[in-house]
Design a binder for this molecule. Structure first.
Ligand SMILES: *Cc1c(COP(=O)(O)O)cnc(C)c1O
Length: 415
C-alpha cells in the first residue's frame, strides 16, 4: 500500500468540501480508513486480499502482447484487469469499501451509477457480503443501460430512478449524498472513483493499488526490469492511479494518463458543452463533489457537460491526486479522440483476441499514435473488457467509417 497523502491534501487539490450534515460520516470514515486500511486493524487488509483472490480471481495476469509488440517494434505488456470478476477493475474498490462498511458495523450500502458499471460492481460486492444495497441511477441512464439495471437487480440490489434535472450521473450523485446525510448511522456510500472528499481519493487508490503492485512484479519477472512507459485511460482516474501507484517513485518510468478527446477539444461556452472529457489536459481548478480538482467549466465556473464515446470516461472532473501529479510533471496528460479510439477497439480485438472496453481503447489509441517512441517496453492497463460496448460500437463504427472494421451492416438494427 502506498499511504501517500494520507491527510487528503494533494498540493492545492483534494480536501473535504461537504455540507455540515455530512461531516460526522466523513470523520467516521476517515478514522476507519486509517485503522483498517492503513494499519490493517483486525486483519482487514488480509481478509480483503483473500476475498479479491477467491471471489475476484486475483492476481490478474500481465500478458506479453505479441502482435502489438511486432507492430510497434517494442515490447508491449497488458495488465489484464478485464479478467477480474465482473470484467473490469471496478470490483477492487467496490469490494474494499463494502468490506470496510461491514467492519464499521454499517448495515446498508448505497451507491450511484452513470452507465451502470460501478453500480453492477457494487451490487456484486454487496451480494457477496450479504448486505442490502440501493443504487441511484438517473432515469435517462436507466433507459439507456437496461442490461446493467437487470444485473444489479439479479444480485438483489434495489435500483432507484432519479428524475430531477437531466436524469443522469450528476443528479444521481446529489441524490445519493442526500440519502447518506439522512442515514449516516447505518449506511455507507460507496463512491466509484478516486474522486469526492477525503478519504475517498486516497482510499479508492489504495484499494486499486493492487493493480500496479502485481504488474510491477510481473513485468520484472518476465523482463528483469521495469517498463519505460505505463499507460492507462483516465475518467475519474481510479484505474489510472491503481496502475501508477507503485511506479510513482520509479522516476525513470514515464506515466501517461489517456483522457477522452471526444469529437474535439474545442469548447462551446455558450451551450455549456465540452465535446470531450479531457479535464486533466484542458480543465481549470474548481470544486466538484467535495474536492478541489481540475474540472471542465466555463468562464463563470459553471460545470460543463462532457462527452465521450465511452460512458465510463464521460465525467467533467478527475481525481485530485492525478491533477496534482500532472501539475508536478510526474504524470503526462494526453488524449485520444473518439475515432482513433474506435479504430483501436477494432485493431486490438483483431490482433490480440482481446475486445477492450471503449474506455481502455483510448490507451491503445495512444499506443498506435506514439508506438516505439514511448520506449522499448510499454505496460498498458486493460481496465475492462468490451462486451458491454457492443451496441455502441456498432452504431459509432457505422458513423465513423473505420476501415479495419468488419462488415457490420447485418447488425445495423442492433444485436
Ligand atoms: C469505469 C471505467 C473506467 C473509468 O473509471 P476510472 O475511475 O477513470 O478508472 C475505465 N475503464 C473501465 C473499463 C471502466 O469500467
Amino acid at each position: 500500500m502506498t499511504q501517500r497523502y494520507a491527510d487528503g491534501k494533494f498540493g492545492e487539490y483534494g480536501g473535504q468540501y461537504v455540507p455540515e450534515a455530512l461531516m460526522p460520516a466523513i470523520e467516521e470514515l476517515t478514522d476507519a480508513y486509517e485503522r483498517y486500511v492503513l494499519e490493517n486493524e483486525d486483519g482487514f487488509m488480509d481478509e480483503f486480499r483473500a476475498r479479491l483472490r477467491d471471489f475476484g480471481g486475483r492476481p490478474t495476469p500481465t500478458e506479453y502482447a505479441e502482435r502489438l509488440s511486432e507492430r510497434h517494434g517494442c515490447d508491449v505488456y497488458l495488465k489484464r484487469e478485464d479478467l477480474l470478476h465482473g470484467g473490469a477493475h471496478k470490483l477492487n474498490n467496490a469490494l474494499g469499501q463494502a468490506l470496510l462498511a461491514k467492519y464499521m458495523g454499517k448495515e446498508r450500502i448505497i451507491a450511484e451509477t452513470g452507465a451502470g458499471q460501478h453500480g453492477t460492481a457494487t451490487a456484486m460486492a454487496a451480494a457477496h457480503l450479504d448486505m442490502p444495497c440501493e443504487v441511484y441511477m438517473g432515469e435517462r441512464d436507466i433507459n439507456r443501460q437496461r442490461p446493467n439495471v437487470f444485473r444489479m437487480r439479479l444480485n438483489g440490489s434495489e435500483v432507484t430512478p432519479v428524475t430531477i434535472g437531466r436524469g443522469t450521473l450528476k443528479e444521481a450523485i446529489s441524490e445519493t449524498m442526500r440519502d447518506w446525510a439522512t442515514n449516516v448511522e447505518d449506511t455507507h456510500y460507496i463512491i466509484g472513483s478516486i474522486v469526492g472528499p477525503h478519504p475517498f481519493p486516497s482510499m479508492v487508490r489504495d484499494f486499486h493499488a493492487v493493480i500496479s503492485e502485481e504488474a510491477r512484479r510481473q513485468v520484472r519477472e518476465q523482463t528483469g526490469g521495469l517498463p519505460d512507459a505505463v499507460l492507462a485511460c483516465a475518467g475519474g482516474g481510479s484505474n489510472t492511479m491503481g496502475t501508477f501507484a507503485h511506479f510513482i517513485d520509479d522516476t525513470d518510468v514515464d506515466l501517461y494518463a489517456v483522457e477522452a478527446g471526444g469529437s474535439s477539444l474545442e469548447v462551446d461556452e455558450d451551450a455549456g458543452v465540452a465535446p470531450n472529457s479531457a479535464s486533466l489536459s484542458t480543465g481549470d481548478e474548481g470544486v466538484l463533489h467535495g474536492a478541489r480538482t481540475k474540472l471542465l467549466q466555463d468562464s463563470d465556473g459553471q460545470i460543463m457537460e462532457s462527452h465521450s464515446v465511452s460512458s465510463g470516461l464521460d465525467y467533467a472532473g478527475v481525481g485530485p491526486e492525478l491533477a496534482h501529479l500532472v501539475d508536478t510533471d510526474r504524470v503526462n496528460p494526453v488524449n485520444v479522440d473518439d475515432e482513433a479510439t474506435l479504430a483501436a477497439f477494432h485493431r486490438v480485438s483483431q490482433l490480440e483476441g482481446v475486445i477492450p472496453a471503449l474506455e481502455t481503447a483510448h490507451a491503445f489509441g495512444y499506443l498506435e499514435e506514439q508506438g516505439g517512441a514511448l520506449g522499448d517496453s510499454i505496460l498498458i492497463n486493460v481496465s475492462g473488457r468490451g462486451d458491454k460496448d457492443l451496441e455502441i460500437a456498432i452504431e459509432e463504427t457505422a458513423e465513423h467509417d473505420i476501415d479495419i472494421a468488419p462488415d457490420m451492416s447485418e447488425f445495423a438494427g442492433g444485436l
